[in-house]
Each structure stands twice: as C-alpha cells, then as structure tokens.
Design a protein around this ligand. Structure first.
Ligand code: ADP
Length: 479
C-alpha cells in the first residue's frame, strides 16, 4: 500500500497545519485511532483560499481538452487503485469492503462522466428579436469554490463535486468530514499525479469546520459553495453565503418514503427494500426512512424483509463475508438507539434486531419495526442506520398525502406492477428523484438532488456542470 497521506494539500504541496495541530482518525469497527491528520485552522484556510484564487485565472484559460484528460487519467488511476482505496475507506468509515469497492467505481465514474462533459461546454450566437443586435453567449467558470463533503460516501461525494469543478475550470478548496479525511487526501494525491496544476484543488482537513469555512464564505473571494450534509448545517451555511451572495448547491437531508402497493411484485419490493435501506448500513440521505405498505400485504412484506435483514452478517468491514459494518461513531449509533426506543414505546413491534451488541465498535443490527405509530420520532428524523420502520396504508391518495407530509423531498421509492399507477404516484411525490420498482437511483449520468428542504441544485448528469458555470452575454449591434 502506498503511504497514507495525512497533511493538508495547499498550492500543490503537502503541509502541516500552521499551528501544528492534528486530529485523530478513528476506526469505527474497533474504536481505535488509525492515525492523526493535520487539523487546519483559519490561517490554513486563508492560505488555501489564496492558492485557489491565484490559480483561478490561468486554470479558466486551460484548454477544455487538457482538463478533460486530467479527469480521465485520474479516473484510470482510481480504478487501478481500487483495493487500496477501498481498504482506506473501510478503515476510516466502516462500510464492508465489497461496498467500498463499489463506491470506488461509482466515485471514479464521476471523473469519467465529467471528463466527457468538459469538452462539451457550449455557447451560442444569434440575432435578437429586434434584428439590430447580435447576441454572443459564452459560459465561464463561476470562480473559486468551497466544497464541503460528508463522511458517508467519502470518495464519491468528493468526485461528484471535484469532477464538474475541474471540468468547468473552477479552482477549489475541499473540506472533507473530520471522520473521513483519508479518502479525500488520497484523492488529492491521485489528482496531483494525474497532472492537476498546483492550487486548483486544495484540501483542508479540520475538526474546526465553522472556524475554517465561515471566513471563506463571508470573505468575498469564494464564489460558490457546494455542500452535502445535514439540513441544519445547510441552513447555517446558506445564511453565511447570503452576505456576499455566494452561489450555492446544497444536497441536504432526506426522509424517503418507500411505498409498496398491493399489486407490487413482493420479491422485487423486498429486493428493492434491501438496497434502499441497507446500502451503506442505512447511512445515506437516499435511505428509505418510512416504509408505507398496503395493509393487505404488510404482514407478508414485513416477514420477508425481516428474514432477509436477519440473515445479514454484522462485523468489521474488512472481514470476509460481512454484509453490515459498524455505524460511523457512538453519536450516530446513540441516535439510532433512541429512535428505536421511542418507536417501541409508542407501540412498534420489533420483528428482528433492535438490540445493541456488547463490545467495541459502533455496531447496530439490521432491524425491522412494524406497527410503527405515525407519531414516532423516526417519521420525521433521518434514521441514518439499518432500521426499517413499517406503517400501513389503505389507498393511493392517502399514501401520497402522508408521503409528502414532510419538509424534505429528496427521493421516494414506489413499488407497483401497474404502469399508470407507478407514473401517477411518481409524479405526485414531492421529490427530486424516484425509484420506480428499484431501490437504487444514484448514477453519475443522472441529476441527483432534492426539492423542498432537501436542497438546491443537482449533481451529476448533463446539468451537473451547470452548477459551476455562469453565462456571459455580449451584445453586438449589427452595423
Ligand atoms: P453529519 O451530521 O452527517 O455529520 P453535517 O451536516 O454535520 O452532517 O456534516 C457535513 C459536513 O459539514 C462535514 O464536512 C462537516 O464537517 C461540515 N460542517 C458541519 N458544521 C459545519 C459548519 N458550521 N460550517 C461548515 N461546515 C460544517
């Protein structure tokens, strides 16, 4: 394995924090410290900002093909190092190695996708309706960006933002989550190797997110924020962006409904539930949070889901045969425990799981709750853990109303064999994405994002690069 990178990456150089501070990175499977990484403060943020601002003009002038080829080389390097990156990710984040390998491929794909988009940034030229003026339309990089990523997909959330920023010609500062800095630093190493010019990407790992990010957002030199994280933090950042009118893309929380109609193929629905619930141990903003199952099939669905969930092997992500790794930390697990306890107090029945195991590591068993009361806290809180909460419904209008009765609107899942019903319910859901008879929607070629308090803007797809581009229109009179 190549050396694990632990310093800040600023202006193309690996450096310690100005005040020498470091922070520990824990292995959630054992609770032990894996290593220490640099813990950036405001001074380091300033240096990173300076590097990004200095590099912007020249980077914006780089040939699109050159930017495209850097992304393409990085894509290939990531794939070549799949095992190494997967191990690194599993050790700092906990997900089983098979899932970590899957994430490496998913993460790399954003670079391939945006390497293809970099050379397709278009403009326009035309005559205005009055016939006396021409219009030249061009697209410019928005400018230096701050990218803030969460810990649940340490590599893919980075590439989903870095890919379009590079393609568009923006420079950037990446601030990864403090729990998972190693994957981001490894990514920076790969991009340097792929030929990314100094200063285009800067990475500041820090336990002091507020102190590092607020001055950047209020300083007037960062022109764009791309954030993935909780709605609570998203709101704080939006307020900070308001003063200097920083452009924002926000991927925030979700509260996904998973709707199973009486005409659904239950095998397909249970398969879908396993993915929508258990991908990443349930630690995903796309995770199914509320299972609405038609009363006539609820018992059968619950029994089959509990059987499948109960058969999953829980353990350290590096061990062969493990399906479910530890949750990210004790705080995350504590929240899951509280939500389950609250649901049970309000009358939910535990079909499987529900009990925290003894011993080290932040493990929590796959859990299915049925007869969940609509008053339970988990109905309006992201569970972020391997807990499926089942409620019943009687008709379509009712379930749509209940599914939409939430401030969030990221994704919904619908299971039915009726084409009309599937489309009607998908269209009725107030969400940015729908899985119709599937539990997986994420794909680099599709626009990912939510409505309502789940966010602003889209990542990936043809529109992903737009978030990093501005239009400029030049009026030229016809003489
Ligand atoms: P989670 O609860 O899943 O950790 P957060 O929204 O707290 O989600 O974190 C997502 C990202 O936002 C992380 O990189 C975290 O460090 C960062 N973050 C948290 N608080 C702030 C803040 N006040 N300013 C900037 N970034 C923040």
């Amino acid at each position: 394995m190549t050396e694990v990178l632990t310093q800040l990456f600023i202006g193309g150089a690996w450096v310690d924090a100005a005040d020498g501070a470091t922070m520990p990175v824990d292995d959630p499977a054992t609770g032990e410290i894996l290593c220490h990484v640099a813990d950036a403060g405001p001074k380091d943020a300033k240096l990173a900002e300076e590097a990004a601002v200095q590099a912007q003009a020249e980077w914006a002038r780089t040939a699109p093909r050159a930017r495209s080829e850097i992304l393409r080389r990085a894509y290939e390097l990531i794939l070549e190092r799949t095992d190494e990156l997967a191990h690194l990710m599993t050790s700092e984040m906990g997900k089983p190695l098979a899932e970590a390998r899957g994430e490496v491929a998913y993460a790399a794909e954003f670079f391939r996708w945006f390497s293809e988009e970099a050379v397709r940034i278009d403009g326009g030229c035309g005559t205005l309706p009055d016939g006396r003026n021409r219009m030249l339309l061009s697209r410019r990089p928005v400018g230096p960006c701050l990218l803030i990523t969460p810990w649940n997909f340490p590599l893919a959330m980075g590439t989903r933002k870095i890919g379009p920023a590079i393609a568009a010609g923006c420079t950037m500062i990446l601030k990864p989550a403090p729990q998972t800095p190693l994957s981001s630093l490894a990514l920076a190493g790969i991009l340097k190797e792929a030929g990314l010019p100094d200063g285009v990407l800067n990475v500041v790992t820090t336990s002091r997110a507020g102190e590092v990010c607020e001055p950047l957002l209020r300083g007037g030199r960062i022109r764009k924020l791309s954030f993935t994280g909780s709605t609570g933090v998203g709101r704080i950042l939006l307020a900070q962006c308001a003063d200097t009118v920083v452009r924002t893309s926000m991927e925030l929380g979700g509260n996904a409904p998973f709707i199973v109609f009486d005409d659904a193929d239950l095998d397909v629905a249970v398969d879908g539930a396993m993915v929508a619930k258990m991908r990443n141990m349930g630690e995903a903003c796309t995770a199914a949070n509320r299972f609405f199952v038609h009363r006539s099939v609820a018992e059968e669905f619950g029994r089959r889901l509990a059987e499948r969930m109960g058969a999953l092997v829980v353990g350290p992500g590096t061990r062969d045969g493990v399906d479910v790794g530890p949750l990210i930390d004790r705080t995350g697990r504590g929240k899951v425990e509280e939500l389950v306890a609250d649901a049970v107090e309000r009358g939910a029945r535990v079909l499987v799981g529900g009990r925290t195991p003894e011993g080290p590591g932040c493990f929590y068993p796959p859990t299915v709750l049925t007869d969940v009361s609509p008053e339970s806290r988990l109905m309006d809180t992201e569970i972020f853990g391997p807990v499926a909460a089942i409620l019943t419904f009687d008709d379509e209008d009712e379930v749509l109303r209940r599914a939409n009765d939430t401030p969030w609107g990221l994704v919904g899942y619908v299971f039915t064999q009726g084409l009309d019903r599937g489309l009607r319910v998908s269209e009725g859901l107030e969400v940015g994405m729908v899985g119709l008879n599937t539990g997986l929607v994420s794909n680099p070629a599709a626009p990912f994002g939510g409505v309502k308090q789940s966010g602003l803007g889209r990542e990936g797809g043809r529109v992903g690069i737009d978030e990093f581009l501005e239009y400029q229109y030049v009026a030229v009179p016809v003489r």
